[in-house]
Ligand binder design. Structure first.
Ligand SMILES: C[S@@+](CC[C@H](N)C(=O)[O-])C[C@H]1O[C@@H](n2cnc3c(N)ncnc32)[C@H](O)[C@@H]1O
Length: 220
């Protein structure tokens, strides 16, 4: 097995992806380009799930940690009425995202920030930017809990937190999938995060085996 391991049966995944359709031609091209350049964007099955889920929850203000080149932010802009605040740590990637978002015509809906997710979220709080009803965490796996804790004070009542890659190619479920022991820290931190969001007193969480594992948490 290698790092491209699918967390579910490959045939099932292929079957599910046979129903995938990009939301617009521009987003389809955007995905193809990002995939060709090995930029880690949300998987097709994750996008398909989110597409339906967003239509149900109809968010109005989204906080995203982990912009990369702006694919998921653009997808949110296309599929919802929400304003999107998205954070990217790497300045070069942030600049690419800004350009992509501008070229796609989403610059009035998406606000790009550069810096560490936790730090930027704290600065948003100081600027009075709050009332997020959806938080999407898709950045450094070892900091998911920090991102969540920083974001909680900025969330509206009953906000939804979605985190991607919480099964991390199945390694989070079992150490046997970390054959060379290279991912110990990320695995440990993701396990701690999954435990944390499963605190039934504070959160209502489900983890689903879609894409690379998605957690969906509703604040109580
Ligand atoms: C998986 S990619 C995001 C993909 C994007 N959400 C999409 O689907 O189009 C993760 C991104 O998080 C960024 N990142 C890593 N650590 C971060 C941090 N502490 N704060 C903000 N961004 C971070 C990385 O530079 C990378 O571009």
């Amino acid at each position: 097995m290698n790092s491209t391991r699918n967390i579910i049966n490959d045939k099932v995944s292929e079957y599910l992806n046979s129903f995938y359709k990009g939301v617009t031609e521009e987003l389809t091209d955007f995905r193809l380009k990002a995939e060709a350049e090995n930029v880690p964007i949300i998987l097709k099955e994750t996008e398909s799930f989110l597409n339906t889920f967003l239509a149900i929850i109809k968010p109005t203000k989204i906080l995203e940690v982990g912009t990369a080149v702006g694919y998921s932010a653009s997808f949110f802009a296309e599929t919802t009425e929400a304003l999107i605040y998205t954070i990217e740590k790497d300045e070069e990637i942030y600049n690419k995202a800004k350009l992509n978002i501008e070229n796609l015509g989403y610059k009035d809906k998406i606000f790009n920030y550069v810096g560490d997710g936790t730090e930027v979220i704290k600065s948003l709080e100081n600027e009075g930017i709050r009332d997020f009803d959806l938080v999407f965490i898709d950045a450094a796996k070892s900091h998911y809990k920090d991102f969540l804790d920083a974001a909680l004070p900025l969330c509206s009542k009953n906000a939804i937190i979605i985190a991607d890659n919480v099964l991390f190619r199945a390694r989070v479920a079992s150490d046997e999938y970390d054959e060379k022991g290279r991912h110990k820290t990320n695995i440990k931190k993701l396990r701690e995060f999954n435990e944390y969001i499963n605190d039934k007193e504070r959160f209502n969480t489900t983890i689903i085996a879609v894409g690379d594992g998605l957690s969906i948490t509703v604040l109580k």
